[in-house]
Design a protein around this ligand. Structure first.
Ligand code: SF4
Ligand code: SF4
Length: 94
């Protein structure tokens, strides 16, 4: 992403915080470089949905009862990994 585009996105965030403009960019739009990504092992998943509830980007959806990560939205913050009580989420380098 060019620095000009990043500046525009950050500026629009600041405007949104003042209540002038509604739409905020997602974190993935502001910081598009992901170093680590979460990896789900569904065999270990006990369907607690802690990862789903904790994801700040709404990058996790539930499909057929199991969580699924949308990597187009995921920023790699790994909050889901910390919230999983079953060790079903690990991290891997991009
Ligand atoms: S790494 Fe962060 S953004 Fe990605 S799925 Fe987990 S909680 Fe959501
Ligand atoms: S937090 Fe872990 S056990 Fe719970 S739904 Fe997510 S991956 Fe499965």
């Amino acid at each position: 992403m060019s620095s000009e585009k990043r500046k525009k996105i950050v500026m629009s965030t600041m405007i949104a915080e003042d209540g002038i403009k509604e739409k905020k960019p997602t974190q993935a739009e502001v910081f598009p470089v992901r170093v680590f990504r979460p990896r789900l092992e569904l065999k270990k998943c006990k369907k607690t949905y802690g990862c789903y509830a904790a994801c700040p980007e709404n990058a996790i959806v539930i499909e057929k009862g199991f969580p699924k990560i949308n990597y187009d939205v995921c920023t790699g913050c790994l909050i889901c990994l910390r919230e999983c009580p079953c060790g079903a989420i690990t991290e891997e380098r991009e």
